[in-house]
Write a protein that binds this ligand. Structure first.
Ligand code: SAM
Length: 241
């Protein structure tokens, strides 16, 4: 471990070294506070291919900054991390007042780790509930109450297109506010820009990310249409907040 740390700092400027140390201290702190073990990369099994990435966790700060920008409605909002791996982003989302936090993961062993991590972090939860689903995102039927989707480098190409088609079907079955938080590495093509039913609402830099040039793109349905108010049915207008 000491040798790895030395390799990382040799040849770096003092400012780069300080940034590297700060980054890792914060990552360690968050792992301890949540009581989880999500840091180690995983090689991935047979399912990993050119289009399906292996496990590599998001940085804590990136997912926290992405969620800080949301006004979460505890009675409505449901979070999904596509390709949740060991459950880091789901564990962070579970500390916010989401109605539910869901992780979708292709690998059964990683999903088992994610469940264990969600159980370990239970004392920090403010969400209404959580679930880890073993599924290929390309075939996962997105529940009609999902309103926030986190996407970080889990799959590409035809798999990403198929997953977004599942999201479109879900949204069309019940038009509702929906935000796709797309954390995209520098130099990677933005495939969501090709999807005609989505529009980019915002782009922000993620300066605290482990990797330089990482961006957060926020997409929403281009035509939000009339929000589904079925949950409020029967409530007279004057009684609504
Ligand atoms: C780069 S990691 C992202 C981990 C997590 N989302 C995070 O931000 O910490 C990619 C994860 O996606 C999973 N994955 C890859 N292809 C997938 C697919 N088609 N459906 C569901 N999960 C997939 C991998 O097993 C891996 O755990």
């Amino acid at each position: 471990m000491i040798r790895t740390a030395l390799r990382r700092v040799v040849g770096r400027s003092p400012a780069q070294t300080a940034r590297w140390v700060r980054f890792h201290l914060y990552e360690l702190y968050r792992e301890r506070r949540l009581g989880v073990r999500t840091a180690a990369f995983a090689p991935g099994g047979d399912a990993i291919s050119d289009e399906n990435e292996r496990y590599e966790p998001t940085c804590y700060r990136c997912v926290e900054e992405a969620l800080d920008d949301l006004e979460i409605d505890p009675g409505r909002d449901v979070f999904v991390d596509y390709g949740c791996g060991k459950g880091r982003a789901v564990a962070v989302a579970a500390t916010r007042p989401f109605r539910k936090a869901i992780g979708v993961e292709l690998s059964e062993p990683l999903a088992a780790d994610a469940r264990e991590n969600l159980r370990r972090s239970a004392g920090t939860h403010r969400c209404g509930g959580w679930e880890i689903v073993v599924a290929d995102a390309a075939a996962y039927a997105v529940p009609a109450d999902v309103t926030v989707i986190f996407l970080f480098n889990s799959f590409h190409g035809s798999v990403l297109r198929a997953a977004l088609e599942q999201v479109r079907r879900s949204w069309e079955s019940r038009p509702r506010p929906l935000a796709i938080l797309y954390k995209i590495p520098a130099g990677q093509a933005d495939l969501l820009a090709e999807i005609d039913w989505l529009t980019r609402r915002r782009e922000t830099a993620l300066p605290n990310c482990r990797w330089e040039g990482m961006r957060l793109l926020i997409y929403e349905p281009a035509d939000l249409g009339e929000p589904d108010r079925s949950a409020e049915a029967g409530v007279p207008d004057e009684d609504r907040g």
